[in-house]
Design a protein around this ligand. Structure first.
Ligand code: NDP
Length: 382
């Protein structure tokens, strides 16, 4: 039996992970964590027999404590304690945003294998996170569908055989539009192929999500940015491609369903049944590919530049985007102002080299403050 802690249990990744767990005799949940949705977290704990729940929000933790006899831990510290004291074999990190970095650090420090959906851990702290994983000899199994595909494709290929990686992108709900002014949250949230949480769906609409994935792939697979491409593929059937040195190209195909990479990560190195129809390419009919439109969707270019700059730049990129996306979803700024806020925050805070995770936490706070000021200014000018 593999003992599992699920972080971000009440979100899109967390709920699908629990669905996978329900169908498996090999996985036992020993801890769950969320931010404030304590009622759902307790229902999940009861359903899955989890003995402990951690809630980042202390008020939610107090309410959960009053309503349940199990162990409730409170705050960010509580989530860290949950992981460290869990005796888990595997932590699934499905927290959204840079809030996922602290728990990633704890899991890797404790030498607990990490199924990583929280791409922000690698966007914000890629170099230090990968160094920590190496120092503690702890495996990171990617959950993001493209990275899960690459992980499976690259397998045991020795260094030097992989020439290029290609991440595919659906193009999001705004693909093909030349003018993004006036895009509403409803339009940007209407993703054509994937059902996900709000933040990643907006990032998919701006293509910044693909930029984050570029940075994630760079760290996970150790390839230079110039050797990682992005290709728009609206059907979302091919998840990634690997070009090898002998001219062969490997592709990973499947219907767009996150339970597949989640199940792969939770059962690794085994595979378990996932109830999905077998891929029927004749029914799909067409697989099409096109270059991303960087003029209309500049976020992808910004992410590549931030990744290449390295240091604190990707941390600033992520923090500014978290602030801008929240403001867009609240109706305080327009869709096109997201890129404006992100770009101006990056311009205002030149990259520096972090010596320690604390430097990244400080850069995150500074970038949020700067982005918050810009949101106020851009919003007031509407
Ligand atoms: P959701 O918004 O659906 O869920 C986020 C989860 O994180 C919720 O459980 C939320 O708790 C919890 N959470 C938020 N803030 C904190 C915090 N400070 N401390 C602890 N828990 C917190 O997000 P998704 O599931 O869509 O995405 C999660 C991560 O997975 C992201 O990094 C995303 O990029 C990545 N990912 C998601 C995919 C998807 O299909 N959804 C695909 C590939 C990657 P609460 O409910 O209490 O607020």
């Amino acid at each position: 039996m593999k003992k599992l802690v699920i972080l971000g249990a009440t979100g899109s990744i967390g709920e699908q992970a629990l669905e996978v767990v329900s169908r498996s005799d090999e996985l036992a949940v020993v801890g769950l964590a969320a931010e404030r949705n304590w009622e759902r977290a307790l229902a999940q704990a009861r359903d899955h027999g989890a003995p402990a729940v951690a809630l980042a929000d202390p008020t939610a933790a107090a309410a959960a404590s009053a309503a349940w006899n199990g162990r409730v831990l409170s705050g960010e510290v509580g989530i860290r304690e949950l992981i460290a004291g869990s005796g888990a074999d595997l932590v699934l990190n499905g927290i959204v945003g840079s809030a996922g970095l602290g728990p990633t650090i704890v899991a890797l420090t404790e030498g607990i294998e990490l199924a990583l959906a929280n791409k922000e851990s690698l966007v914000v702290g890629g170099e230090l996170v990968m160094a920590l994983a190496e120092a503690t000899d702890t495996r990171i199994i990617p959950v993001d569908s493209e990275h899960s595909a690459l992980f499976q494709l690259i397998g045991a290929e020795p260094p030097g055989r992989v020439e290029r990686l290609v991440l595919t992108a659906s193009g999001g709900p705004l693909r093909g539009r030349a003018d993004l002014s006036g895009v509403t949250p409803e339009e940007a949230l209407a993703h054509p192929t994937w059902e996900m949480g709000g933040r990643i769906t907006i990032d998919s609409a701006s293509l910044l999500n693909k930029g984050f994935e570029l940075i994630e792939a760079h760290h996970l697979f150790g390839l230079a940015y110039r050797r990682i491409d992005v290709l728009v593929h609206p059907q979302s059937i091919v998840h990634a491609l690997v070009n090898l040195n002998d001219g062969a190209t490997l592709a990973h195909l499947g219907y767009p369903d996150m339970r597949v990479p989640i199940s792969y990560a939770l059962h690794y190195p085994d595979r378990a049944d996932v109830e999905l129809p077998t891929l029927d390419l004749a029914a799909v009919g067409e697989l099409s590919f096109e270059e991303p439109d960087l003029a209309t969707f500049p976020c992808l270019r910004l992410a590549r530049e931030a990744g290449e700059a390295g240091g604190t730049a990707p941390c600033v990129l992520n923090a500014a985007d978290e602030v801008a996306v929240a403001a867009f979803l609240d109706g305080r700024i327009s869709f096109t102002a997201i890129v404006e806020v992100v770009e101006r925050t990056l311009d205002a805070l030149p990259a520096s080299r972090p010596g320690h995770f604390e430097d990244l936490f400080a850069a995150d706070v500074e970038a949020r403050e700067r982005a918050g000021e810009l949101v106020g200014r851009v919003g007031a000018a509407r």
